[in-house]
Write a new protein. Structure first.
Length: 137
């Protein structure tokens, strides 16, 4: 038996939840975020090619990512630079994204990874002038 998934959504969005899958006219994506450490726990820099490989995985598996800037983060008294990363993920693919973040953490020898997967709220808007929805502005 399939496990049902509850998805928060507005009433005006055409959602149909059927056994953990989502059928809709205009899907909303979850704005998933995680922090990408830029140093290993021993203080050495994560190699640029490793960062590039991680970002390429996000593009290949989820269609892209948005860097949210670099800032220092603290975990149990250890401060390190990290880059915030956001990826728009279909609700049914959030568990897959979570596993990717865990693999990134293992690759970078982290004990834990900051990860956030809020309810779906991201929509990709068509800006084509010939689109009937965008032409009425």
């Amino acid at each position: 038996m399939r496990e049902e998934t509850a998805i928060d959504c507005e009433l005006n969005i055409a959602y149909s939840i059927v056994y953990g899958t989502m059928l809709c006219m205009s899907p909303l994506f979850c704005p998933c975020k995680f922090r990408l450490p830029l140093k290993y726990n021993d203080g050495t820099d994560v190699e640029p090619e490793v960062i590039a490989e991680i970002l390429l995985v996000l593009t290949r598996q989820f269609g892209g990512y948005t860097p949210l800037g670099i800032s220092d983060g603290d975990w149990q008294g250890q401060t390190e630079p990290m880059m915030g990363v956001e990826v728009a993920v279909l609700p049914e693919r959030v568990p897959e994204f979570k596993e990717v973040v865990k693999k990134i953490g293992r690759q970078l020898k982290q004990k834990e990874m900051y990860y956030d997967a809020p309810p779906p709220s991201v929509e990709f808007l068509n800006t084509d002038e010939n689109d009937k929805d965008s032409a009425a502005v």
